[in-house]
Each structure stands twice: as C-alpha cells, then as structure tokens.
Design a protein around this ligand. Structure first.
Ligand code: FES
Length: 164
C-alpha cells in the first residue's frame, strides 16, 4: 500500500484572496470557497491565516466551515468518486459496486486512499435515477454502471492519454 504523502502548504497562495476580500468581514464564505478551490480542502494553518488576514476570530471561521457541508477539513483525493446507493441505484446493484470499489481501493467508502489519489464516497441520490446505478467521477456523471466497468473507469483516470 502507498504511504501517506507529506503535504507542503504554501500560504502565499492565499495572498490574492486576502488582498481582495480581507477587509470585508462579510466575505468569509466566498473567501473560504476560493481558498478551498486552491488547496482542495481547508487545512488548519490555512484557516488560521484566513482568520488573521480577515481579522475574524478563528472560532467564527470554524463555525462557518462546520456549518456548511461544502467545506472539508481533511485532505481529499485528487479524484473524487461519489457512488450513489439510493433506492433506485441500490435495487440495480449499487451495493455490489461499493463492495468492489472498497476492495479495489483498499479503503472503506467515505475515506481517501493513503496516497491521496482517490476519495470514495457513497451518497443517496444524485438526481439521475433513470441512469441507475450512477456515480459522479470528478465532474462526470456515469450511469448504468456494473462493478467491472466502474473499476476500469477509475483505473483509467490516471492512465496516460493515448497518442493519436
Ligand atoms: S437513487 Fe441513485 S441517482 Fe437517484
């Protein structure tokens, strides 16, 4: 199994955001959204820098981050795979896909691989029940899945593009 990778966090990437919004106390949410776009999640030291840069108490920043499900406090994978196991997907075999993917990735659903390549989540309706079973892989909706196809799609995510 791959080892967890040490992450180097460059706080200077925050500078343009804080320069633009730092003086606007009401701009905490857009600042956090843009910050998360840069880092992929909201590391503790980044939140401390945001609090300092905006002169807002850190507790208030944490309050916002924990209130909204769009914000993540832990590092996520390079690829985000959201597998639906809602009713329509479940009756069409989603549970078998989940089991297969847990074996393939070596992690339980809801976690990120130690090499931070994949985050595998289970959700309960992606609004595309007609395509069941469905997953969203990065930003692509993929329907009518079977376990073997799902494994192949995920293996191909990091495969070099074919020449031609
Ligand atoms: S139940 Fe899976 S998309 Fe609706």
């Amino acid at each position: 199994m791959a080892e967890a990778l040490e992450e180097i966090i460059d706080l200077s990437l925050l500078d343009p955001i804080l320069a633009k919004y730092g003086a606007e106390k009401g701009a905490v949410i857009p600042v956090l959204q843009q910050t998360q776009e840069i880092y992929g999640y909201l590391p503790k030291e980044v939140l401390q820098a945001v609090a300092r840069g905006m002169s807002v108490p850190l507790s208030q920043i944490y309050g916002v981050v924990t209130f909204y499900s769009q914000f993540y406090l832990t590092r996520r994978g390079k690829h985000i795979i959201r597998q639906c196991d809602g009713t329509a997907c479940h009756v069409r075999g989603a549970a078998r896909i989940v089991q297969t993917m847990e074996d393939e990735l070596g992690i339980p659903a809801g976690e990120t691989t130690p090499d931070y390549k994949y985050t595998y989540e289970v959700v309960y309706c992606l609004g595309s029940c007609g395509l069941a079973p469905v997953a969203v892989i990065d930003d692509d909706v993929v329907g009518h899945l079977v376990p073997e196809r799902m494994v192949q799609i995920v293996r191909d995510l990091d495969a070099p593009a074919e020449e031609g």
